[in-house]
Ligand binder design. Sequence first.
Ligand SMILES: [Zn+2]
Length: 344
Amino acid sequence: MSIWLPPILDVDYDVVMIENYLDINFSRPRVARYLMTIVVLSVLSQHPSLLLGQTRELGHDVNKLNIRHHTAHYELAGTVSQEKLLEYGRCLEFIHAAYEKGFGDLLDQPSTDAQRRSSKKGVPPQEVDTHDTSLFRVVILGSQQDYSEFTRAYFGQFAEHTAGMFVPSVELLLILDDGHAEQTYQVLFHEAFHQFVHRYLPAAPVWLNEGLATHFGTASATGKGLVFDRQNTSYFNIVSNVAQAKKLISLDKLVLMNRAEFYCQQRLPGLPYSQRTLAYAQAYSLTAYLVNVPRERDLLQKYIRAIALTTSPREVVQSTKTLLSKRVLDRIAPHWLAYVQQGH
Ligand SMILES: [Zn+2]
């Protein structure tokens, strides 16, 4: 029997849009804040109780972060109850299994950056038991006040109006549990995917990273595991509307978009959407199509395997042009559109 089950709500809350704003800002951190964040959070991860006791900016409640829990792949801390933290750990293991499924045998690749990094760290064996550097770190803040204090102390104003974020520089996931379970789990599964990808696909193209993160964000936890029963129909509607106006981003352009292009907030001429919203809608629906249609899934996995072996964006572009060529995408486009139009 699970401690907590997310209810099925019909809320169209665009956490992704808020998160984009953060992604953009964190890609250009001010040097001082950036360095401070690395130092503070690195120490925090090693000696949480010691450091938190000394960090007065975080306020008195932050000592509750000593509530901790380990699972096979995650190290969790937070200001929620131990019971809730166990439930978050359980659901994170469910979603990790779903991430792994798509990545096949990729996780055993010895050449991934993460493994190179952790082997360089030379952690003495006696410390491995208390702090496993291979675990993904997650902090769950149990109230808006805790979350605001924590994020404001480390990230200034960037985190206002957010419900969670992945901080690439320190590979840390921060999640607000404000009692809106459906939204919290959507943010958790979305952001945890960015954390996962950062380790295994360090040069992942934006469309794939956001498309898959949005896809995993549609999962619901049940007593037995995850179900993907909440397709993002608002994104499907956007794609359908823009297709009617014949103003879709061509797929060969979408898969090569850089961050500036993908996250561009400029309103598209003659449409009620920004380029970013359309890019999200197309990336998510294309990913959902590739994941859910068996004959296309092999192509997606082949592509993921090809780009997992590199940290070079240039090599990713080359793999994209080879495996997702204009010819391939021209074949996919009508099937993808039909899938989207049936889905909403
Ligand atoms: Zn995202």
